[in-house]
Design a protein around this ligand. Sequence first.
Ligand SMILES: [Zn+2]
Length: 369
Amino acid sequence: MAWYPGAEKLELQPESDEQPAIVPTQVIFHSIAAPWAPRRIYEYWRDSTNLESHFGVGYDGSVGQFIGTETRADANMAANRRADGTGAVSIESASDDQSTDPWTDAQVAALIALGVWLHRQHGIPARVCRTADDPGFGFHRLFPEWSDGGTACPGDARVRQFHTVVLPGIVAGGGGAPLPPPRSDSGPARNRVTINGLEYGYGAHGPQVREVGEALVAAGHGSHYTAGPDEDWRDADTLNYQDYQRSLGYSGSDADGVPGVDSLRRLLGRLPSPRRVSLAHIVTAARTDPGAEQGHQTYGGEVRIVEQALADEGYLEQRWVDGSLGSRSVQAYADFQRSLGYAGSDANGIPGQRSLRELGARRGFDVTD
Ligand SMILES: [Zn+2]
């Protein structure tokens, strides 16, 4: 469970120990219809109702935290915890008794700082939730599923501030503002990053995750695996990646186990891309398509990526970008090979690993064997 370093910890029991875990994917802002400081909000949850929030923010910008962000709190109905284990982090804030006043400047600043931390800590995207279960930021009345029969919370003035000041502030803050260092007792970093269109870090999924894991093992940094590596990024991947980062001389937040562009490129020799082309497939197409009937396609989707790159580099007319690696496309590839200095049979239009990787590096696709 995670506790915000900028909050006074006012742990609510028995809820904090007894309520189930969540993976926080949303943040929902509220007004509490009372001019209360965080401690008074805590007392209200403790003594009067079971609809507690994770956080409370007073008029002076002071923040209290009542429940860890990876434990369910009950302020948001269906968003508290869904069947897949995801849920919303809820933030109450002091307001007038009709929830009609705007947040004070101090509240706005506190909400932005807290939102940035939640974005970094849990990878919650800095955007407005598009549906009731879409990851992102929202306010209580945004979706009917988030309340019991509808609500005006947090009030018109604060809905305007959410759109014009608070969320833009979180977006800007997530772009590089200094943040409190992660708590030493919070375990491996749990944030995700997107590099060249693919996700890395806790919760990321896909062949790129397996590739990183296998490269870490090959580089001697696989000691935290008890199973895997596989296509799901878990804490063991983060810890192994952190060992690798430290071997590069990184320290502090640069060695948090979450990939960056430079360390990833050094590990893999390139940056994987969601646009992947198999060299073996392209070679097969180059040997098959020219002699087959007009327009014959072998691995047409991958061929189209290569053809488009040849067109973008000026070696192929756009109208021949058709997924069939016919004789014009092979000729264009031969021209590209000659531009790299190849001659004779090395410039026969049949792709090799070096030339195809060079084309991919220029035009943003990834080459596998
Ligand atoms: Zn509310």
